[in-house]
Design a protein around this ligand. Structure first.
Ligand SMILES: CC1=C(CCC(=O)O)c2cc3nc(cc4[nH]c(cc5[nH]c(cc1n2)c(C)c5CCC(=O)O)c(CCC(=O)O)c4C)C(CCC(=O)O)=C3C
Ligand SMILES: [Fe+2]
Length: 417
C-alpha cells in the first residue's frame, strides 16, 4: 500500500479515537466471522496498520513510582483514585515502599531503558527522539507530550512498559494518553499510535528463556532431578471482571481468565519449551488488592507454594519467573523476593527467582523492532511473534480491555465502536 497523504492519515487517526461510549457491549460481527478461534486471525484486519507511518518521536510510557518518603502517599492516591482499594491495603503497600526508603526502583529503570533504547535506535539507524512520561508520577505523560510538541513533533509512536492485554496493562495507558492530549490541548495537532502488545515477541521472551535455563541449571548443579523442580510463572492478579474483558474478547473464545491469562499461558508454555522442556510449571498470581469480596485471578503464588506436594516423590525446588513484569518493580522486590521466597523457604524448598528483562539487549532490540515494523508498515505475516497466539493487534477492538467498574473513558489507538 502507498504511504497516505498526511491529511488523510490525521483524519483516519481522528476517526480511530473513541469519543463516545459504545452502545452496550455487543459488537456486530459479520456472518461467518471467526469467533471460535483461540488465536488472533492470521489475516490482517482493520486492527492492523500495514502502511508506513512517518513518526517523529517515541513516547516511552511508564507506570511511575515514588522517589522519596514524601512521595509515597501522594503516589498511592494517584494510582488508586476511584478504585475502592481499602485503606488497610494502601497502608500495607506504603510499608513496602517505606522499607526501601520510599523509593520505587521503577523510575530509574525507565531512565535506563530510555538510554538503552536511544542507543539501540541509533545503532539501527532509526533517528527518532524518545520522550518519557509516566501514568502515576513525575515526569507525567502530559509533560512528555508538551516536550515533544515543543520540539515540533506531531506523530508519536507510544511504547507502554507492559506486554499483555488488560485494563491496567493496555487500556489504561490508552485512556491516559487521551487525557494527556486533552490536558495539553494537543488533541487536534498530535497523533499518538501505540505498538502492539508484545507478550509474544521473541526478544521480550528471550530474557525469560535465559533466566529459566540458568536457574534450572543451578537446581541441577545443586543435585536436584528435573522431577524435583516446579517453575512458577508469576504475574499481577487482576479482578476476574477485568480479565473477562481483556484481549479482544469479541473475536476470541478465551478461557475464563480472558486474553490476559491466555497470553501468559502461551508465553509460559513457549518459554518452557525453549528452556526446560519436561519440567513442571504453572501460572500463578500475585499482588492482589481490592476488597476481599471481589474475585481476582488465582491461585496466589503463596497458596500455590503451600499446596505443592513436597517430600518423597514431591517437589524440592521452585524457580519463580516474574513473567508479568518488564523490570524489577516493587511487586518483584517485595511480593516475590520477600514474601514468596519466605513462603517457599518455610516449606523447606530450594528457591531461586529468575531475572526480569530490564535493559537486556534482546528486550531493547524487541522494542526497536516494534518501532521499525510500524515505520515500515511491515505486513503482519512478516512480523516477529512466537507462542501459540499470533501477532497482536496494532489498534484495539472497540471496548477491548474496558474496566466495568470505572465505566467508559475515551482512549486513543482503538477502533471506533
Ligand atoms: C496488571 C497490572 C500490572 C502490570 C502491567 C503494568 O506494568 O502496567 C501492574 C503494574 C504495576 N502496579 C504498580 C503499583 C501499584 N498497583 C496497584 C494496584 C493495582 N495494580 C493492578 C494491576 C496491575 N498493576 C490492579 C488491578 C490494581 C488494583 C487497582 C486498579 O484497579 O488499578 C497499586 C495500589 C495498591 C495496591 O493495590 O497494591 C500500586 C501501588 C506498579 C509500580 C511498582 C513500583 O513502584 O515499582 C506497577 C509497575
Ligand atoms: Fe499495579
Amino acid at each position: 500500500m502507498q504511504q497516505q497523504p498526511e491529511q488523510q492519515q490525521a483524519e483516519q487517526q481522528a476517526a480511530r479515537r473513541e469519543t463516545k461510549a459504545p452502545a452496550a457491549t455487543a459488537v456486530h460481527l459479520e456472518p461467518g466471522a471467526a469467533v471460535a478461534s483461540a488465536t488472533p486471525a492470521a489475516q490482517p484486519g482493520p486492527e492492523h496498520v500495514e502502511e508506513p507511518v512517518a513518526y517523529d518521536g517515541i513516547l516511552l510510557s511508564g507506570f511511575g513510582g515514588p522517589e522519596g518518603q514524601d512521595d509515597v502517599l501522594p503516589f498511592l492516591r494517584n494510582v488508586t483514585r476511584g478504585r475502592g482499594i481499602p485503606d488497610e491495603r494502601l497502608e500495607e503497600v506504603a510499608t513496602h515502599y517505606r522499607h526501601f526508603g520510599g523509593v520505587s526502583p521503577i523510575n530509574q529503570q525507565n531512565r535506563d531503558l530510555k538510554a538503552a533504547l536511544e542507543g539501540a535506535l541509533a545503532e539501527a539507524g532509526v533517528d527518532l527522539p524518545v520522550y518519557w512520561g509516566n501514568r502515576n508520577w513525575a515526569p507525567y505523560l502530559d509533560e512528555a507530550l508538551q516536550q515533544a510538541a515543543d520540539a515540533g513533533a506531531t506523530r508519536l509512536l507510544a511504547i507502554p512498559t507492559s506486554a499483555y492485554s488488560s485494563y491496567s496493562s493496555c487500556r489504561q495507558y490508552r485512556e491516559d494518553w487521551a487525557d494527556a492530549l486533552e490536558a495539553t490541548g494537543l488533541q487536534a495537532s498530535m497523533q499518538i499510535d501505540k505498538v502492539r502488545q508484545f507478550f509474544n515477541h521473541p526478544g521480550f521472551l528471550a530474557p525469560f528463556v535465559d533466566g529459566v535455563r540458568a536457574t534450572v541449571a543451578e537446581a541441577r548443579e545443586a543435585g536436584f532431578a528435573d522431577g524435583d523442580v516446579e517453575v512458577l510463572f508469576a504475574t499481577h492478579s487482576i479482578p476476574t471482571a477485568d480479565a473477562e474483558r481483556s484481549g479482544a474478547p469479541d473475536l476470541h473464545e478465551w478461557g475464563p481468565g480472558g486474553g490476559y491469562e491466555a497470553q501468559h499461558l502461551a508465553a509460559a508454555e513457549w518459554v518452557m519449551g525453549e528452556a526446560a522442556p519436561g519440567v513442571a510449571w504453572q501460572l500463578v498470581y500475585q499482588s492482589r488488592s481490592g476488597p476481599a469480596s471481589q474475585p481476582w485471578l488465582e491461585p496466589d503464588i503463596n497458596d500455590a507454594i503451600d499446596e505443592l506436594p513436597v517430600g518423597d516423590g514431591g517437589r524440592k525446588a521452585v524457580v519463580i519467573v516474574p513473567l508479568g513484569f518488564v523490570s524489577d518493580h516493587m511487586e518483584v522486590m517485595w511480593d516475590l523476593d520477600e514474601e514468596a521466597i519466605e513462603t517457599a523457604t518455610e516449606r523447606g524448598l530450594w528457591v531461586r527467582r529468575a531475572p526480569t528483562p530490564g535493559v537486556d539487549p534482546q528486550y531493547v532490540g524487541a522494542l526497536v523492532d516494534l518501532v521499525q515494523e510500524r515505520l515500515e508498515g511491515r505486513p503482519v505475516a512478516e512480523r516477529k511473534a512466537v507462542t501459540s497466539i499470533h501477532t497482536w493487534y496494532d489498534v484495539c477492538r472497540p471496548g477491548c480491555c474496558e474496566n466495568p467498574r470505572l465505566g467508559f473513558r475515551p482512549a486513543i489507538a482503538g477502533l471506533q465502536p
